[in-house]
Each structure stands twice: as C-alpha cells, then as structure tokens.
Design a protein around this ligand. Structure first.
Ligand code: ADP
Length: 323
C-alpha cells in the first residue's frame, strides 16, 4: 500500500475531525500518501478527491463536524455505482481506504471489499455507540455530555414548575445515550428500545419511580420506532394520568454538534493511528475498536448489525438511585 484514501460517511459525529487528523498524520509518518475523499462515498463516485498533507489537518482536533463533509450516497448501494467508485480510486492511485462512519457506512465498506480487492479499514464514528466490538464510538462521549448540559438546564425549569418532562435523545434503536444520559443527569427514568417489547416502561416508571414527594421528574426517551418517542409517552400520560403537568423537549441535532471531549479526541487519535498500523500489518476489512483500553480488530461482519448489549447493571443503578 502506497496511498490511502480517507472519508467520513453517514451521520456526523464530534471527533471525526480528530480521527481524520490522526489517520492523515499517522499515514504520512509511515511514508504513505493520503487523499481526502469528500462527502463520503459520494466523493468516490464523483471523484471529489484531494491530496492531504500534514497541514491540511492542522487546527481541526477541537472542531465538531467533519472537514471532509459527509453524505448519504444512493449510487454506492448499486454495483454500478461501486464500479465507478473503484475506477475513480484506481485513477487517483488510492490502494486502501479508511472509512469513518456508523453501521451503514461500514456495511458499505464491507460490500465494497467483497467485490474489489481493496483493503478497507473502518473506524467507529457515530454518537449512537451502536457498533459492536468497541467500548465506545467516536462522538458518543461528546453527545452524552451535551445531553447532560441540556438536562441540567431542563431540571431548573422542571423543578420550578413541578413538572414531568420527557426529554427525547438520539440513539437510533440503541439506548446507550438515553440510559447513561439518565444516570449522569440524575433523571428519574430512561425509556430505551432494548426493553420496549419486554415491559411497559412507562407503567414501571409511574409505579416505581415517580413519587408525589418529588417536585419534578425527568424521563429520558430514546428516539426510536420501538419506543415511539417522547411525544408518544407525553400523550399517554396526558390521557392516563391527567393529574401530571407534562412537557416534552426533543434535543435533536444539537446532540451531533460541539467540540469533542477529551475522551473522544483521545479515542479518535488512537483509532486513527491504529488504522494505519493495521494497514501496514496487512489487515483488511476490519473495524478498529478499543475494548478494555486495548486496540482490537473487529471483522466488519461482527461489528455491524450485531446488537450490542445494554448492561442490566446500568438499568439497576438508574432505578436504585432515582428513588
Ligand atoms: P451511518 O454510517 O451513519 O449508519 P447510513 O446508514 O446513512 O449512515 O449509511 C451511509 C452510507 O453508506 C449510505 O448512504 C450508503 O452510501 C452506504 N451504505 C449503507 N448501506 C450500504 C449497503 N448495504 N451497500 C452499499 N452501501 C451502503
């Protein structure tokens, strides 16, 4: 391998820039050429590719978003589109790819690597933390801290008015942000997709968690078709428990922004450097993760579409501490 291409794809996450910087600098340090591919897979298809030197990634470790931009690319999901992507790659002299993205982006990498003889290395970049084989994903810690900040502020007004608030957070069918966000903000409960078929989480909360002696309550709800979202629960409470004064806040895209936390910057830097180590070692078609503070290589097939389990212990901690 002489020249690597790097791209960010799918939903953006704080820390992607730190990862771009790490991959670029580590590649150059190891004598490789680097090319930045813009707008995810779309840039591969349209040929929007530019050589990256060390100074192209100066002063970006602290920035949210991604300087390479990101996009969703329909064309890349077709064999014809991927053939064009491959031809453009060859034209540019790129002989390995580093893909920073979530479940969908790594699925794309897996499909591409099956069709063409191109080493692909994935880095977990998503605020949702829903990739298997890494303790956390790039962006998750920053999003969690953003949620805390917001919930702390909501708590002030919730307490003053003695209201019950449903706060909706992102997560795309994973409850990590909701559950850990609830623990860290001292919320009364979390409603997460993992348990949506198992128990009626609202009933449980009303039964166990919500006490009259508390002058406010905050329930964090993971945005998901499985939970139905915060609005759904607010409507239910209005109908079934009209005595409660209910409000809803949907945090939305502000969870995607902001300067990455120290945790995410260090994670992105380590993963980026490890991606180049992996390429130098001849690894291919793996996601790089960090588990128990050690770098691990996770085959794409294992990292994606694999339900990363939620620890029951966390659910118990939340329940015990919200009495
Ligand atoms: P994320 O990486 O955040 O999960 P998406 O699910 O939107 O984001 O996926 C990002 C892009 O990855 C898609 O727009 C598409 O170009 C590519 N992709 C996703 N799934 C596949 C697939 N099965 N085959 C080929 N490309 C895919």
């Amino acid at each position: 391998v002489k020249c690597i291409g790097i791209l960010t794809s799918g939903g953006d996450a704080p820390g992607m820039n730190a990862a771009i910087r790490a991959v670029t600098r580590s590649a150059i340090y190891n004598g490789l050429q680097v090319k930045g591919i813009y707008r995810g897979y779309r840039g591969l298809v349209t040929g929007e590719i530019k050589e990256f030197k060390s100074q192209n990634v100066s002063n970006i470790i602290q920035l949210g978003g991604t300087i390479l931009k990101t996009a969703r690319c329909q064309e890349f999901t077709t064999p014809e589109g991927r053939q064009i992507a491959y031809d453009n790659m060859k034209k540019e002299g790129i002989d390995a790819l580093v893909i920073i993205g979530g479940d969908g982006s790594l699925t794309g990498a897996r499909v591409f690597a099956q069709e063409f003889d191109v080493p692909c290395i994935g880095l977990p970049g998503t605020i949702d933390n829903d990739l298997y084989g890494t303790d956390t994903t790039i962006g998750y810690d920053t999003a969690l801290n953003t949620i805390l900040d917001a919930v702390d502020k909501i708590r002030d007004t919730a307490t003053s008015h003695e209201r019950l608030f449903f706060v909706e957070v992102m997560g795309r069918d994973a409850g990590f942000l909701a559950l850990n966000g609830a623990i860290a903000s001292g919320a009364e409960a979390a409603i997460i997709p993992e348990f949506s078929t198992e128990v009626d989480q609202l009933e449980e909360f009303i039964k166990n968690g919500f006490r009259k002696s508390k002058n406010s309550s905050i329930v964090i709800v993971a945005e998901s078709e499985l939970t139905g979202g915060a609005m759904h629960f607010a409507e239910r409470v209005k109908n079934e428990y009209p005595q409660y004064d209910v409000r809803v806040t949907i945090l939305g895209h502000l969870q995607r922004g902001g300067s990455p936390t120290a945790h995410d910057r260090i994670l992105a830097s380590r993963l980026g450097a490890a991606a180049i180590d992996a390429i130098m070692e001849g690894q291919r078609n793996v996601m790089i993760g960090i588990e128990h503070d050690e770098v691990v290589y996770v085959p794409f097939t294992k990292a994606i579409k694999n339900d990363k389990p939620i620890k029951r212990e966390l659910v118990n901690v939340l329940r015990e501490l919200s009495i």
